[in-house]
Structure formats: C-alpha cells, structure tokens
Design a protein around this ligand. Structure first.
Ligand SMILES: CC(C)(COP(=O)(O)OP(=O)(O)OC[C@H]1O[C@@H](n2cnc3c(N)ncnc32)[C@H](O)[C@@H]1OP(=O)(O)O)[C@@H](O)C(=O)NCCC(=O)NCCS
Length: 89
C-alpha cells in the first residue's frame, strides 16, 4: 500500500506513506518502485514537496527514503521528519 495523504494542491505539498504488509515481499525492490511511482504522480499533479514521518528505529524505511532523495528535516521523540523536494528524484 502506497499513497499520498494531506494533499494540498495550492501549497504544492503532500505527505506520503508506504507499507508492504507481507515481509516475504520486502527487499525485492517493490518499495523503491512503488515510491518512485507515487513521487512521479505527485510531481505530475504539481506537488513539489513531499513530507513523511518515520520511526528512528525503522532503518530499512529510512534507507529507502534516503535513496529516493528524502532528507531529514527534523525529529520528534521516536520519529524523524523527512522531506523530498522536486529535483531530488
Ligand atoms: C520500508 C519498506 C516499504 C521497504 O520496501 P522494500 O520493498 O523492502 O524496499 P526495496 O527492496 O525497494 O529497497 C529499496 C532500497 O532501500 C534499501 N532498504 C530497504 N530495506 C532495507 C533494510 N531493511 N536495510 C537496509 N536497506 C534497506 C534497499 O537496500 C534498497 O536500496 P538499493 O536499491 O540500493 O538496493 C518495507 O520494508 C515495508 O513496508 N516495511 C513495513 C512498513 C514500513 O515500515 N513502512 C514505512 C513506514 S514510515
């Protein structure tokens, strides 16, 4: 499951999420492909900034987001805030 939430077309901003429920499908490149797809869709709709939050302990997801070009913009307790600006993919 992958998608955008809190889409604000006027501000050109949204949040993103991803979740592959079955662990047997982790590490096969699906997450990367799905994120690339949703990022391209977002850019097509005029979104230029994608934000998300991830648990600091979720090193796999953080690696994926970093590979997509997301940068850490802040932290709050157990969570990191990450952001991708258009041009990062
Ligand atoms: C996070 C998640 C989406 C990653 O999806 P995935 O299909 O396993 O990731 P991919 O196989 O596409 O890997 C993408 C890149 O991230 C890296 N990566 C992914 N998981 C990793 C891990 N556990 N450790 C290190 N690197 C990892 C891969 O090395 C890969 O880089 P590469 O292209 O250079 O090889 C998946 O593990 C998941 O759904 N987890 C549970 C839900 C979750 O944590 N969602 C995020 C909440 S914020």
């Amino acid at each position: 499951m992958v998608g955008l939430t809190e889409i604000d077309l006027k501000a050109h901003v949204s949040n993103a999420f991803i979740m592959i429920g079955d662990k047997d499908y982790w590490g096969l490149g699906i997450g990367k492909q799905a994120m690339e797809y949703v990022i391209h869709k977002a850019y097509k709709w005029g979104i230029t900034e994608i934000n998300l939050e991830v648990f600091k302990s979720n090193t796999g997801a953080i690696k994926l987001y970093e590979k997509m070009g997301f940068l850490v913009t802040g932290g709050n307790g157990d969570e990191l805030q990450m952001q991708l600006k258009k041009g990062g993919l």
